[in-house]
Design a protein around this ligand. Structure first.
Ligand code: CA2
Length: 149
């Protein structure tokens, strides 16, 4: 059975409670519930991990190959700043799909650049919670093809 690790970066624990105009009203628990359902329908399993700390995210990515076949990650603000997360993704040996709730290319210039995208298999951005669902399907497809980041 394919196991997919879903990583949520800083402040995503606030989803659904603040800034609904930008990030919508769906909570992280709501996103996780729909990902669990989609994983089950595809004979797979997900585990979710949220952290506000760069080092914790780096460690989680580094350990992932022991228990998972792919990663879906929303690195949040670290997308635009973290060489450490980029290096962890590049080294992890798993297909990694980068997702964003908002369309980062329609927002401030500093959000247009992702350090993670060049080492990911692909990026889904701008579809709200559905970005995670599309990202999960892409990750499952990458598992079937045996893709690597
Ligand atoms: O659109 C996305 O998913 C982002 O990764 C969200 C990040 C942002 O820094 C990226 O540029 C794009 C911010 C996540 C903050 O999440 C919040 C959720 C609710 C309330 C406040 C912040």
């Amino acid at each position: 059975m394919n196991r997919i690790l879903v990583i949520h970066g800083p402040n995503l624990d606030l989803l659904g409670t603040r800034e609904p105009d930008v990030y919508g009203r769906t909570t992280l628990a709501g996103i996780e519930a729909s990902l669990k359902r989609i994983a089950k329908e595809n004979g797979a399993e997900i585990e979710s991990f949220q952290s506000n700390h760069e080092g914790e995210i780096v460690s989680k990515i580094g350990q992932a190959s022991a228990g998972f076949q792919a990663i879906v990650i929303n690195p949040a603000a670290y997308t635009h700043t973290s060489v450490a997360i980029r290096d962890a993704v590049a080294a992890c040996g798993l297909p990694v799909v980068e997702v964003h709730l908002s369309n980062v290319y329609r927002r401030e210039e500093f959000r247009h650049h992702s350090l993670v995208a060049p080492v990911a298999v692909g990026q889904v951005t701008g579809f709200g919670p559905q970005s995670y669902e599309l990202g999960l399907l892409a990750a499952l497809s990458a598992c079937r093809k045996g893709a690597r980041s």
